[in-house]
Design a binder for this molecule. Sequence first.
Ligand code: 13P
Ligand code: SF4
Length: 316
Amino acid sequence: MIYTEKDDREYKDKLRARIQQLKKERNAVILAHYYQRDEIQEIADIKGDSLALSRAARDTDAEVIVFCGVLFMAETACILNPNRIVLLPVKEAGCPMVDMITIDMLRQKKKEYPDAVVVAYVNTSAAIKAESDICCTSSNAVELIRSIKKKQILFIPDQNLAKYVQSQIPEKEIICWEGFCPTHIRVHEGQIRAAKRLYPDAEFIAHPECEPSVLALADYIASTAGMIKYVEKSKAKEFIVGTEYGILFELRRRNPDKRFYTPTEGLLCANMKLTTLGWLAHSLELMEYRIEVPQEIRIRAKRAVDRMLNVFADKK
Ligand code: 13P
Ligand code: SF4
């Protein structure tokens, strides 16, 4: 038997109907990051960057949070809203950058720099957040570090975001960890120059996880939500997009008259793409995979996340 496109559409429609039904029965909310597959972004109740999704998880009244993203995001939801059931549809959906730092490595580094304020990018495990002074996301890293009185900052684990922050605040001394995002480092300066030659009127927008030589060519640098806001305001009609291509779904939806190009083929985060409609339905059906953070870690990690949220308490 040949499985046709029509069969696929019917199968997905059935899954969508089942997801909607289960969502009601379980009193669940579906959160999705902008790097998720189009079909997941379509069915999500709330989409956003890491910061917006953390806030949504903190503020929801739903009993169950289904987090279509990667593990650190679901853990952050648990940290902020421990009275909810947090589900990650695919248990293997992690972020490789998170695994580029361990507690022992961090403790050793803290001994080397006893006066440094430890700023943890939200792309860290709950246990690493618990060992840190304050958290940040790509949308607030610069402003947050500017608000810290001490000069010396130990920024973990993304070296590119750390270097970007340093370039914006030269008066600080930022000690970089050597972590990186395997997706964003695939963007190269040469590809951007070539794309600019091909699309001379296009603006280049980039995520700060890209390397400094790439960011040097950017017209605008921001988190995923920041890029989406920028494109809506910009007068330009074409954009070269320096981040995971899942974001094109929301960019195109909001700006049907604008054109978007990725600098390199298949600029995808394999972990973000693991979540499918099938896994989402499975997750709600069996209430899997439940993410929990031990209380002792959760309380200390929450301190770091709350400090970040409190710096921007008056800003939505
Ligand atoms: P944003 O917070 O910009 O959505 O980024 C999350 C992330 O993992 C980027 O790779
Ligand atoms: Fe992690 Fe990079 Fe994927 Fe973001 S895009 S979740 S930083 S691997």
